[in-house]
Design a binder for this molecule. Structure first.
Ligand SMILES: Cc1cc2nc3c(=O)[nH]c(=O)nc-3n(C[C@H](O)[C@H](O)[C@H](O)COP(=O)(O)O)c2cc1C
Length: 168
């Protein structure tokens, strides 16, 4: 199968997931691997991934998705606040909404991805001013939980997702 893996990654988490997907596609023809935009004319299946930027995929990924027609697409992403499957499901819906009609979204996969320390520092600063802010405390908790992700289990799940998408 001719496969494209197009991904937007700023700090490396989504790139790690993309690499796990690529490894799982061994034996297939990888016609594109890198950030959007990519020429995917030949691709029979496109894995399209992005880090989560304010609740959505990146503008570059949105633009790339918008350019697709008649393609089978498997969406993936990483998110810093990945503490619930419900959140991942809502992200999946939002990413999916960026794929125009005339394409088929075969599946999606999300996992947690660590965030830059500057984000935690900012929360800590805000907490100094507002020490009882429960929302800030839970954001710091989410930050700390994300620190080890993506881990090997996430990457194994990404590989399973890739294998399933190729069968779909
Ligand atoms: C400016 C900015 C905005 C972000 N917005 C969100 C968000 O809305 N939801 C979320 O879960 N994570 C958010 N994150 C966290 C990243 O999506 C997460 O750390 C991701 O794994 C980074 O992937 P990358 O290493 O491939 O760039 C944000 C990070 C930054 C720097």
């Amino acid at each position: 199968m001719k496969i494209a893996i197009v991904f937007d990654s700023q700090t490396g988490n989504t790139a790690q997931v993309a690499q796990a997907i690529k490894d799982a596609c061994e034996g297939h023809d990888i016609v594109a691997f890198g950030p959007p935009p990519q020429n995917v004319d030949q691709a029979e299946l496109i894995f399209a991934g992005s880090w989560t930027d304010k609740g959505f995929c990146t503008a570059e990924m949105k633009e790339f998705l918008h350019s697709l027609y008649g393609k089978r697409v498997a969406l993936f992403g990483t998110a810093g606040f990945g503490i619930s499957e419900l959140y991942f499901a809502s992200l999946s819906d939002r990413f999916k909404a960026g794929v125009p009609k005339g394409n088929q979204v075969v599946s999606s996969f999300f996992c947690t991805g660590k965030m830059p320390q500057t984000i935690r520092d900012r929360y800590e600063e805000q907490l100094k001013v507002d020490p009882d802010n429960a929302r800030l405390k839970s954001m710091i908790q989410a930050f700390d939980l994300a620190l080890i992700h993506p881990d090997q289990n996430d990457l194994n799940q990404a590989a399973d997702f890739a294998r399933e998408a190729m069968k779909a």
